[in-house]
Design a protein around this ligand. Structure first.
Ligand code: URA
Length: 210
């Protein structure tokens, strides 16, 4: 598993505003979108391309275009939805699937409660959107789900992560082609599973249920 922490003053600046508890939902949503577009630029560095012929007003030349099958973008419900616009702004030809994960309170295992994805992901590059990589449980299950369907490589884009979640994902994705692109690596998880210093509950902050 490769982990890439974006190191750019614009990203750090926007994250600082997101962390501020006084930042209201409309600003939080707009900043999340902008941040994801910046992170997506990094996350799509390995997107597959193919040669195409293009006729300019002057001559004919060879360029590169994103290859088929198109990449698949998968926001994890609910908070991942807040990242979708920022991603498709940069990758407008991507297909979009949806995955809802919830933790079973008896087994504590993440399970899928909603799914709208192609049945066959053979040969697909997938980009998973999940803002907070905390314990890594739901993201690990989502990534596993995509590989079970035949995905060849999966890149997850997260705003923040805790080292505990990264360690758990390393184990869960061993031997698979997985990349994690982060806005920042935070210090730790607290006893309630929140990322510290973090930004609180990303879903609540996006959708205003604080
Ligand atoms: N999910 C969140 O929204 N925030 C955290 O800090 C951890 C998980």
């Amino acid at each position: 598993m490769r982990v890439h922490v974006a190191d750019h003053p614009l990203i750090t600046h926007k994250l600082t505003v997101l962390r501020d508890e006084n930042t209201p939902s409309p600003v939080f949503r707009a900043l999340t979108e902008e941040l994801v577009t910046l992170l997506a630029y990094e996350a799509t560095r390995g997107v597959r391309v193919e040669e195409v012929e293009v006729k300019t007003p002057v001559t004919t030349t060879t360029g590169l275009a994103i290859s088929q099958p198109r990449p698949l973008v998968v926001p994890i419900l609910r908070a991942g939805l807040g990242m979708l616009e920022g991603m498709v702004k940069l990758l407008p030809t991507a297909e979009v699937g949806f995955l809802g994960m919830v933790r079973n309170e008896e087994t504590l295992e993440p399970t899928t409660y909603a799914e709208r994805l192609p049945d066959d992901l053979s040969d697909r590059q997938c980009f998973v959107l999940d803002p907070m990589l905390a314990t890594g449980g739901s993201l690990g299950a989502a990534i596993d789900f995509l590989f079970q369907r035949g995905a060849v490589d999966v890149t997850a884009i997260c705003l923040l992560a805790a080292p505990e979640g990264i360690a758990a994902l390393e184990k869960a994705t061993e031997g698979r082609d997985v990349t994690i692109v982060l806005g920042a690596m935070d210090e730790r998880l607290d006893e309630n599973g929140y990322i510290v210093p973090g930004l609180g509950d990303a879903g609540d902050r996006l959708y205003g249920l604080v």
